[in-house]
Design a protein around this ligand. Sequence first.
Ligand SMILES: N[C@@H](CCC(=O)N[C@@H](CS)C(=O)NCC(=O)O)C(=O)O
Length: 200
Amino acid sequence: MKLYYVAKTRASRPRWVLEELGVPYDLVRLEPGPGGTRTLEHLARHPLGHVPVLEDRGTFIFESGAICLHLADLFPEKRLLPAPGTVERALAYQWVLFAMSEMEPPLVTLSAEARKPDVERNASTVSAARDQFKKVAAILEAVLRDRKYLVGDAFGVADVMVGATLAWARAMKLVDAMPSLEGYLGRLRDRPAWQRALAD
Ligand SMILES: N[C@@H](CCC(=O)N[C@@H](CS)C(=O)NCC(=O)O)C(=O)O
């Protein structure tokens, strides 16, 4: 298996899963932009020229959530996902999709606004996105008040997707004064697989 990768991007999510699984894989590092992710070669793997892309048995798979779920399915004995058909499995899907559809959009907006020069930044867009993210963060803060991980009592793919997205939010100072989230992120950061996946 090959993971097409740019450091410090959403590609860290499947890399983290691969490190948790402890299986061999090739990490193919690309430069963002014309010399890397926008080459014809990479556009043939991902039509938008994005990462991550997983190459598995000659097929290219994109979308970080889909790749993480697929990797967990390939190695069920590692228990990064509950058994198919269980309500716990449904909850794992719930949190993976929550990360992508509820947590990410305000973060994407805030990141885009932060890249703009001050004069072009739209204060009401920033404020609305911050409020939107605070709402989802409050949900997670309540859910994680009395549990270590999101599904059952074990770490899994839901924690990779939500945890990596929370780490992005934390870097933007959006989870300050949220003790459950701080504790949860601390537990995730203590995992050797997280450390290996985010080392470089
Ligand atoms: N929804 C996609 C988003 C992929 C995406 O936007 N990737 C960004 C990095 S976070 C990327 O490829 N940037 C490099 C580029 O566009 O050249 C996923 O979760 O995989």
